[in-house]
Design a protein around this ligand. Structure first.
Ligand code: XUL
Length: 528
């Protein structure tokens, strides 16, 4: 019975989800994860990244992602040997915006990896940049201004590429690389996203960027689903030569290369183009039509929704992508997600059980106590001066501070995503903290929406596996609708449905206004 593999290369870990599909049989065979810091300590990352003295610079070693792929393949080939013998196709999901820079040697090596030596060792001399900027990097404000000016302003940029020039997006990051290290830029033969780089490593080919992840570059004309020449020219010289044309998300980029087949005795399974983690999560949560939101509580907290028509965010903080389903999708990202929740938990010496108890024992609305948890430079709203701000909140009161961070995150998400779907009555919650019912209750009350949790823990890896299935069917000449792709996989966990409390929702409607005022006041002070 054919199996399909989905891989999710996120900020902190690599996860595999294997599914089996045959007629009405649809099941998840298993999930397996590897955490970068613990499994590959020689890269010296902390939570998957390397930070510079400048808090705006956040990088990661691309070879770590390659070594992780090798290690994970070795693990899953031992645990799922029989099922992987029937592997028909695989695809992947990767943290968005990050870029990988290959010289001409690296481009050649991708196609000739020797199965007897680790891929990471072979690719090392093929990189023209040892550390890749990732989505947490916010060091490119100057480049954003320059690019916007050249293309005719932020509104023009947002209408074409789905977002104003944004610090973490790949175009401004490429421009910063070109300005900071022009020789290394010159020696770059190919620029990949994390997604297209890992697809290339698997297929032993130069795989294209798909239009789901390509939308996060400030380089793609979202409606035309192709690179926009004006943005390319404004970003860096000879950029078009260093990028492959954008491809549809279901493009088949080849089959597993000799490296993977011989090293791990895998069949010549089809490799479908990888995409970004948010586009993949949308599919993995089953959100393939407009009217609901998906909230992922991960390293970043991210709110996504399907859009049938292109609608851009007035302030350009949230952005619009071409969705891998063929529609559009909106994404709004909050930097201070799980790391901020962990900071508060650790500051008060708590564990997750005591965090839940604190939420359960405190009243919705927190007696007016508010918090702005900007430990890292925040993406939504844009904040470069980090800091924790409190109003009506005693720093010594641990229960109130626990409630304050969860309410702050939910109110910020609800307030800043009105442009995507003002009246969503259903929210799909995924990611680590979605396992906490008390957190989901605050989410339901603040959004005034029913919150459900998909049965599979990792929406991005499942989404990638489902995209592998969809891409393989199309390549075999069998058109298949998205609702038939996700059927049987994205059912929600009936024990984890959380209903909003109408009284709490009315209270939060008022508190959200106070929260927005507090946020504006602090932003004004910070800009003085
Ligand atoms: C999306 C974003 C993050 C990363 C995290 O715009 O920056 O959600 O994709 O992996």
């Amino acid at each position: 019975m054919p199996t399909y593999l989905g891989l999710d290369s996120s900020t902190q870990s690599l996860t595999a989800t294997l599914i089996r599909v045959d007629g009405e049989t649809r099941e998840i065979v298993g999930e397996h994860s590897l955490v970068f810091d613990g499994s590959l300590p020689h890269f010296g990352t902390y939570r998957g990244v390397i930070r510079d003295d400048d808090p705006a610079m956040v990088l990661a070693p691309p070879l770590m992602w390659v070594e992780a792929l090798d290690q994970l393949m070795s693990d899953i080939c031992r645990s799922w040997r029989r099922e992987l013998a029937d592997l028909a196709a695989l695809s992947g999901s990767a943290q968005q915006h990050g870029s990988v820079y290959l010289n001409s040697l690296g481009l050649a090596q991708l196609t000739t990896l020797d199965p007897l030596k680790p891929a990471g060792d072979q690719l090392r001399p093929g990189l023209s940049r040892v550390l890749s900027p990732v989505w947490m990097d916010s060091s490119t404000a100057e480049e954003c201004r320059e690019i916007e000016q050249t293309v005719g302003g932020g509104d023009v940029m947002a209408r074409r590429t789905g977002a104003r020039a944004t610090e973490r997006f790949t175009g401004p990051q490429i421009r910063a690389f070109f300005k900071r290290d022009p020789r290394a830029y010159d020696s770059t033969a190919r620029i990949h996203l994390v997604s297209s780089f890992l697809a290339s490593v698997l297929a032993g080919a130069d795989a294209p960027i798909d239009y789901g992840d390509g939308s996060g570059m400030n380089l793609m004309d979202v409606a035309a689903r192709a690179f926009w020449p004006a943005a390319m020219d404004a970003t860096a010289p000879r950029l078009a030569e260093k990028l492959l044309p954008i491809a549809a998300s279901w493009t088949s980029v080849g089959t597993l290369s000799r490296y993977w087949r011989e090293r791990y005795h895998l069949p010549p399974a089809r490799v479908i183009a990888w995409s970004g983690d948010n586009p993949c999560s949308l599919i993995g949560t089953g959100l393939v039509a407009e009217g609901a939101l998906a909230i992922s509580l991960g390293t970043s907290d991210t709110v996504c929704g399907v859009m049938c028509e292109f609608r851009s965010h007035a302030d350009g903080i949230g952005y619009v992508s071409a969705s891998p389903t063929g529609d559009y999708m909106g994404t709004t990202t909050f930097m201070n997600g799980s790391l901020a929740r962990e900071r508060i938990r650790d500051n008060y010496g708590l564990d997750w059980a005591r965090v839940s108890a604190a939420l359960a024992s405190s009243p919705p609305g927190n007696r007016g106590g508010l918090m702005l948890p900007w430990f890292d430079p925040e993406i939504t709203p844009r904040v470069s001066k980090t800091g924790l701000h409190r109003r009506n909140l005693d720093p010594a009161d641990q229960v109130a501070n626990v409630r304050a961070i969860v309410e702050a995150q939910m109110m910020a998400m609800a307030n800043h995503t009105q442009w995507m779907s003002a009246d969503a009555s259903l929210v799909y919650a995924t990611g680590g903290a979605s396992g906490n019912r008390a957190v989901l209750q605050v989410m339901a009350d603040v959004f005034g929406a029913e919150v459900v949790r998909p049965r599979s823990g990792n929406g991005a890896a499942l989404g990638a596996a489902l995209r592998a299935f969809h891409g393989e069917r199309l390549a075999a000449g069998h058109a298949i609708e998205w609702k038939d792709v996700i059927r049987g996989f994205t059912d929600t966990d009936q024990n984890a449905r959380v209903q909003p409390n109408a009284e709490a929702t009315r209270m939060y409607a008022q508190l959200r206004k106070q929260y927005a005022e507090f946020e504006n006041e602090v932003l004004r002070n910070l800009s003085q």
